[in-house]
Write a protein that binds this ligand. Structure first.
Ligand code: PMP
Length: 385
């Protein structure tokens, strides 16, 4: 069998390995972005009409797409159901866009740091990744202007609301300024928004796509964080000029996403149980965040810096001195606590970034406390000259 040249760009399986080890029953895992199992809705399979056993439309179920479009309209994104494509999680949206836009050498601009499975996908298709300089609230705008003037990327990939891994949420002014820069340079935007409903304090969440006038865009949504990740259901909403090509790529990829899940999720998100579920989820995760914040404040101040995230699932903990992060990770795993090292979140691999992404949704209060005690002990030991 002859392999494609693309396979040379397949990145390391380190992250998969960490996540696999993190699944061990006695492991306290801050590594993945797993929703709490207890917070997942129970969906009744017996309710699915038999016609949903048949093949369906590549776009997705019409009723489900109408529900999604109506939801996006409430966010200020004036889309119709004809602009919605149901995907196998938002990760498939990232894949479809990569197939649409990336040839070997194509420039793609990303945040520093950014979601590692997006850069993994962009790289696989041969993208040349350009990191945006971080600013106070999202990318530094002056630097973004300079970068856009110098280099025209296929698109800019952003996670403006509860960014992965930093948890950052862009201000309204930043969102508007980015939109006007993208309009000015006519550079497309891919806005990835899987965490927007996991909000713990008032903050700006209007999609940047909704401010765009000239630039083309794709908005990615997901049901993984608010419902059940194993269903593998998300969606994209696309500028009309991009939709047809994305649909054909989806068709060629997997014909359509699973119909049972679309039926059940459509019923669930339209029911009165859904807003109640979201409130319960927010309340639960807000408490988890408080517990992690308290533990960090108590023990980590001399070792690291972090901001308390206003939404999402992660603390981004920057260590104040260099550590051998791989050695630290190995010791942590041996001590039955897992974290995600910061390095794979950076597109620029030439530098070393001593940081950890810590998830607070998957562990209970006692596990968060114990896991952070273990990490603290290991970090203190590793800090000794
Ligand atoms: N984008 C971001 C920023 C994510 O953090 C994730 C999941 N961790 C995804 C996309 C993929 O999510 P899914 O495919 O489950 O919708």
């Amino acid at each position: 069998m002859q392999l494609s040249t693309r396979t040379q760009h397949l990145s390391s399986s380190l992250v998969r390995e960490i996540l696999a080890v993190a699944q061990q029953p006695d492991m306290i895992s801050f590594a993945g972005g797993l929703p709490a199992a207890a917070c997942m809705p129970e969906l009744d399979l017996s309710r699915i009409p038999a016609r949903f056993n048949q093949y369906g439309e590549s776009q997705g179920e019409p009723a489900f797409r109408a529900t999604i479009a109506a939801h996006l309209q409430t966010l200020g994104l004036p889309v119709s159901a004809e602009q919605i494509l149901v995907t196998a999680g938002s990760q498939q949206g990232i894949d479809l866009i990569s197939k649409l836009c990336i040839d070997p050498g194509t420039a793609v601009m990303v945040e520093r740091p950014t979601y590692l499975a997006a850069t993994q996908c962009f790289r696989f298709f041969g993208a040349r990744l350009i990191e945006l300089q971080p600013g106070e609230s999202g990318p530094d705008l002056a630097a973004l202007r300079t970068q856009l003037a110098r280099e025209r990327p296929a698109f800019v990939y952003l996670i403006p609301t509860f960014q992965n891994p930093t948890g950052q949420c862009y201000s309204l002014a930043t969102r508007q300024a980015i939109a006007s820069l993208l309009d000015e340079f006519e550079v497309g935007l891919v806005e990835d928004d899987p965490y927007r409903e996991l909000v713990y304090e008032d903050c700006e969440r209007t999609p940047i796509c909704s401010f765009l006038q000239r630039a083309k865009w794709v908005y990615l949504g997901s049901f993984s964080k608010v419902a059940i990740p194993g269903l593998r259901l998300g969606y994209l909403a696309a500028h009309p000029a991009l939709y047809d090509a994305l649909l054909k790529i989806k068709q060629a990829s997997d014909l359509h996403s699973n119909r049972w899940g679309q039926y059940l999720l459509n019923e669930f998100v339209q029911s009165p149980a859904y807003p109640a579920h979201l409130n319960a989820l927010r309340q639960h995760y807000r408490q988890q965040r408080e517990i992690m914040a308290d533990c960090l404040n108590q023990d980590f101040a001399a070792l690291a810096q972090w901001e308390r995230p206003v939404g999402g699932l992660f603390f981004w903990v920057r260590l104040t001195q260099q550590h051998d992060m791989m050695a630290l990770l190995q010791k942590a795993l041996a001590n039955k606590v897992a974290f995600m090292p910061g390095q794979p979140f950076f597109a620029d691999t030439s530098q070393v970034y001593p940081a950890m992404r810590l998830n607070f949704s998957h562990s209970n209060a006692a596990q968060i406390k114990l896991g952070l005690q273990r990490l603290h002990a290991l970090l203190t030991e590793s800090s000794r000259p």
